[in-house]
Design a protein around this ligand. Structure first.
Ligand SMILES: Cc1cc2nc3c(=O)[nH]c(=O)nc-3n(C[C@H](O)[C@H](O)[C@H](O)COP(=O)(O)O)c2cc1C
Length: 195
């Protein structure tokens, strides 16, 4: 069985979302492909790459730059196709997701590749059995009025497949002292162990 582990924090040792994600990965002894989005230099979609995705422009007619965008999108979708479990560890940035994570979603939420529309109905083309979303925030509580992150991730995932989505969050990362933070991290890890 395969894990696809996506991390969106630019921080390494100090990252709380990665701390929880790494714990999960270490405790699930599956083969893991780790994509650290900060290292990826993910391109933004351009006019012609969008046209290709919606079947208005052949791949052969694309510029080198647009071909690179499509190739990257295909590569990420292939990784998703191989995954049995998806783990996304991310900070909240400006009430939503980091730009790198949004850029990744823009490349993988793709008609006729990860979902299709048949007779006006959406159909999922991925089959991922389990999904973990691990979120770190400084102050905003997940599921509060100011949380524009967890709902957006759930909606995007629901476009591509319906799966068991587990969300764990650590809030107050820049407010709590080190002992309080460690305590919270331990609580989350215990919850993960129980599930
Ligand atoms: C540019 C930027 C924007 C942020 N925006 C928010 C925010 O809107 N709400 C919040 O609670 N925390 C916000 N934070 C704080 C991070 O979510 C918090 O530090 C988190 O622990 C970072 O994740 P990490 O520990 O995995 O690196 C922001 C941090 C940065 C750098």
């Amino acid at each position: 069985m395969n894990n696809l582990y996506i991390t969106a924090s630019a921080r390494n040792k100090r990252s709380k979302s990665k701390d929880i994600g790494n714990y999960l990965i270490e405790n699930i002894k599956w083969k893991t492909k780790h994509i650290n989005l900060s290292d990826q230099n993910i391109p933004y979609l351009q006019k012609d790459s969008i046209a290709h995705m919606y079947n208005f422009k052949d791949y052969s007619k694309l510029s080198k730059k647009d071909k690179k965008i499509i190739n990257q999108s295909n590569k990420y979708i292939k990784q998703l196709n191989k995954a049995d479990r998806l783990i996304i560890a991310t900070p909240m940035r400006n009430f939503g997701m980091p730009a790198t994570l949004k850029a990744w979603f823009d490349l993988v939420v793709r008609v006729n590749k990860t979902f299709e529309i048949v007779d006006g109905q959406y159909k999922w083309l991925l089959d991922i059995k389990q999904t973990y979303i691990l979120i770190a925030t400084w102050a905003v509580n997940i599921n509060s009025k100011s949380d524009y992150l967890s709902g957006q991730i759930k909606s995007l995932l629901n476009l591509m497949w319906l799966s068991n989505i587990n969300i764990y969050s650590i809030e107050g990362t820049n407010i709590l002292n080190q002992n309080e933070l460690n305590e919270k991290l331990q609580q989350i890890k215990k919850q993960i162990d129980k599930n």
